[in-house]
Design a protein around this ligand. Structure first.
Ligand code: TYD
Length: 192
């Protein structure tokens, strides 16, 4: 099962994934976590380019979109042949929300596996920017405001749950657990 966590920078995805990985493992489930961009050479190049001043230019946006898709292709084997519960920090839905030209983004990601469930951690940009370094080009409130509204539109195409990520960590965790429990019934009925 491919479960994806989405949300703007600073939404708390990585924190929650760590907690949930532990929870599922404690319940005896086979779990694996993924992060996009990955730590591959392509992923490293992406992180380098995101720190450049021209990251928001149209040309660089297209180059980044292609690199995000290429980096993601490295994960396809793992996603196709796996009986584990995979918790992923981002997916091609990030590309749909962050990059321009929706239809083209869909096209270049057409070989990527669709998530079984998407958990959208929805947070205000006021709260999210308190949690980020502002180092990456995409980490500015105005840009992220747009990404946040893109997410809320795009997410309707997927099997999804929206989680209010403005709350404190423990409350967000318990909301995610409640949202997740029915979906992982096939693995375990009485999850604690
Ligand atoms: P991420 O590694 O989640 O950020 P951080 O370095 O703060 O942990 O992702 C890096 C940036 O890349 C983030 O601003 C979101 C952006 N991104 C896209 O624009 N498109 C994509 O397809 C993905 C996966 C990430």
């Amino acid at each position: 099962m491919y479960i994806v966590f989405e949300g703007i920078d600073g939404a708390g995805k990585s924190t929650q994934i760590k907690i949930l990985e532990k929870w599922l493992k404690n319940n005896g489930l086979d779990v694996e976590t993924l992060i996009e961009p990955t730590d591959s050479d392509i992923g490293k190049l992406i992180h380098k380019l995101l720190k450049n001043n021209n990251a928001e230019s149209d040309k660089m946006q297209k180059i980044l979109a292609l690199l995000f898709a290429a980096d993601r292709m490295l994960l396809t084997d793992k996603l196709e042949n796996n009986n584990k519960i995979i918790l992923s920090d981002r997916s091609y839905i990030s590309s749909l929300a962050y990059q321009k030209n929706y239809n083209w983004i869909k096209q270049i990601n057409k070989h990527v596996k669709k998530p079984d469930l998407v958990l959208l951690l929805d947070v205000s940009t006021t709260n999210s920017t308190k949690r980020t370094s502002g180092e990456d080009k995409f980490e500015n409130p105005k840009f992220l405001e747009n990404v946040k509204s893109n997410y809320l539109k795009i997410i309707k195409e997927f099997n999804h749950e929206i989680i209010n990520a403005n709350n404190e960590i423990n409350k967000v965790t318990s909301d995610i657990k409640k949202a997740l429990a029915p979906h992982i019934k096939q693995y375990k009925n009485n999850i604690k």
